[in-house]
Design a protein around this ligand. Structure first.
Ligand SMILES: [Zn+2]
Length: 292
């Protein structure tokens, strides 16, 4: 994505019915196809593509991947399904947020034939073959069309962005609280749900697997609360958005080794869960919830 490697993860579950979790961006789709080819998955072999949510860094490549793998069923939460069939509104709002950077960062989400899309409710399942399933668990908070996915065989839990953004190089974990759907209470409920599922591992979309399930999820909740508390303080002090972003960025900076080191890891953090997006999302939620 955007010239960075190790920024958006796609996971291939190899079994009787091969399943791809997350496509990454449209611009990453050829990279994903080459990787699947190298793992022995040809055009007719992929049974399912499932995305944790429809943000373009996770699902931007769905239309391209659906084209490469004509027999794959595309699985997504019901609140995201129509946007994969007709991406025009999603792309228009992304254009408003990202402007000229949209093409470089994400490319264009191509439409998928609605007949190939299966919409998930609050719970659902993907058949991985041989009695193995990937169960889906509605986990809004980051986005209202977000699900976590639990592999019945391995206990791997695909957490999307609901537990934040994790940097393997440093072990840093930063919340991902973008507008317009972020809601602290809902986000904390999603993290509690993940803990209750008792997974063996967490598989972050940004980026990679983490073994320490309980400590990591506790950290996810703690990070969210810190960012929300600081944003509330900035509001109480009457700061506008730009000054609130600067204040929260400065006051959280020492929590993240990557930001102190600078370089590509810090750039990836800013791209995936930048302070402007996180603080704007929290502000938007506070605007809508006077009692929060
Ligand atoms: Zn993401």
């Amino acid at each position: 994505m955007a010239g960075y490697s190790g920024i958006t993860a796609g996971y291939l579950i190899l079994g009787d019915r091969p399943c791809l979790v997350e496509t990454g961006t449209s611009t990453s789709a050829p990279v994903v196809r080459d990787a699947l080819t190298s793992l022995g998955v040809g055009p007719g072999d992929l049974a399912t593509v499932v995305v944790t949510h429809i943000h373009l860094d996770h699902a931007g490549g769905v239309g391209d991947i659906a084209g490469f793998y004509p027999s794959a069923e595309i699985v997504v939460h019901e609140k995201g399904a129509r946007h994969l069939a007709d991406p025009s509104r999603l792309m228009a709002s992304a254009k408003l947020v990202w402007g000229d950077k949209l093409d470089v960062l994400f490319g264009t989400l191509a439409p998928t034939d609605a007949a190939r899309i299966r919409a998930l409710g609050d719970v659902g399942a993907v058949d991985l073959g041989n009695g193995r399933t990937l169960s889906s668990h509605y986990s809004p908070g980051h986005a209202k069309h977000h699900v976590g996915l639990l592999d019945s065989l391995t206990g791997d839990l695909y957490v999307g962005d609901a537990a934040g953004v994790y940097l393997p190089e440093t072990g840093d974990l930063r919340p991902a609280s973008p507008p317009p759907d972020f809601d602290l209470g809902v986000a904390l409920e999603s993290i509690a749900l993940f803990e209750a599922l008792a997974p063996q591992r967490l598989l972050f979309s940004h980026y990679g697997p983490v073994d320490g399930v309980r400590t990591t999820l506790e950290r996810s909740a703690e990070e969210l609360k810190i960012w929300v508390d600081l944003t509330k303080q900035a509001r109480a002090d009457g700061l506008d958005l730009d000054h609130a972003v600067a204040m929260v960025r400065e006051r959280t900076r020492e929590r993240y080794a990557a930001l102190q080191a600078g370089g590509a890891a810090a750039d990836r953090f800013e791209l995936l869960s930048g302070a402007p997006s996180n603080v704007a999302g929290i502000m938007h939620w506070l605007d809508r919830s006077p009692t929060a």
